[in-house]
Design a protein around this ligand. Structure first.
Ligand SMILES: [Ca+2]
Ligand SMILES: [Ca+2]
Length: 297
């Protein structure tokens, strides 16, 4: 894979005009010089350190009790919406100043949440609920304060849980078209997850792998392209979940992938896995039988 830059200067023939065609043009110097840690898949993770990434979004709350994603005993068409993020890196990251927004303009019914100072451990998960009309038990933080001690919320598998404290039904994610944009404190557009009845936007297309250290290209509109863009399918009975943290991941139906409508606080895909790993934890141990994916509907 690696090009050796020295090849460019060796064997340069004097005065021969035909040879230069063999010289590899425009070797990406940064890539060539960048050492890859042995046994680490860090370089393949879709978002470069120190950014978190969006792992699950519930934008259309299922009807009835099945929609009570925040487990406060009642379903709220807005309040139970949530965005889940994961730290896909080997090191802890600081969430202070990271912002989640939808596609509305600021001040015009925009969903907007900015994290207070809080650390997210490697592999750890944080969930941000819309929070409208919600009553809470256990540690839940907001835009001003991180979750009070003990911090981790056992109701959500020990994840960090936040509420946007939205109070208007207009401030919610659209069911048939909208986005969640994760932006870094320096305004870098990190991860855009969007859905639409009309399909993916031409300039975005499917997920592309973001090379660490390489600045994002510009969209046709002249805006910086997010490091990762995911077009996700419309869902009415469940959330969408990214099936991996690597560049080639994609969002799929949570119901089809996991057999449950959503899992705020639990990222079910192992770090670095392209596909969902065998759920060995949830299987009864010692059956001895190797169950393959039979594709049971
Ligand atoms: Ca609820
Ligand atoms: Ca989840």
């Amino acid at each position: 894979m690696l090009f050796v830059l020295a090849m460019c200067v060796l064997g340069q023939p004097d005065g021969v005009a035909k040879e230069p065609e063999k010289v590899p043009a425009k070797v990406p110097v940064k890539e060539a010089e960048k050492p890859e840690a042995p046994g680490s898949s860090e370089a393949k993770v879709a978002v470069p350190f120190p950014h978190p990434m969006i792992s699950e979004v519930l934008f259309a709350v299922p009807t009835g009790n099945a929609g009570d994603a925040n487990k406060d005993g009642k379903r709220d068409v807005c309040g139970d919406e949530f965005v889940e993020l994961v730290n896909p890196h080997d090191r802890a990251i600081q969430l202070f100043g990271y912002t989640l927004t939808d596609s509305q303009d600021a001040g015009k019914g925009q969903v907007r949440f900015t994290f207070p100072a809080v650390e997210l451990a490697p592999g750890a998960v944080v969930v941000v609920f819309n929070g409208m009309g919600s009553t809470w038990s256990g540690p839940v933080g907001d835009a001003k304060t991180s979750p009070p001690p003990p911090g981790k919320n056992e109701l959500f598998a020990g994840a960090l849980v936040f509420t946007m404290k939205n109070s208007k039904s207009q401030i919610a994610l659209g069911n048939t078209g909208d986005q969640v944009l994760l932006s870094a404190p320096d305004k870098t557009a990190v991860h855009r997850v969007y859905w639409s009845e009309t399909g993916p936007e031409p300039e975005d297309g499917p997920t592309k792998e973001a090379a660490p250290g390489v600045p994002p290209s510009l969209t046709k509109a002249g805006k910086a392209r997010p490091l990762v863009v995911d077009f996700v399918p419309l869902m009415s009975k469940c959330s969408v979940q990214r099936d991996g943290v690597l560049g080639s991941g994609r969002f799929v139906s949570h119901l089809e992938a996991e057999g449950a409508a959503f899992s705020p606080g639990v990222y079910m895909v192992a770090r670095g896995a392209e596909k969902k790993v065998e759920p060995s934890v949830e299987k009864p141990a010692g059956t001895g039988e190797k169950s393959k994916d039979a594709g049971t509907p």
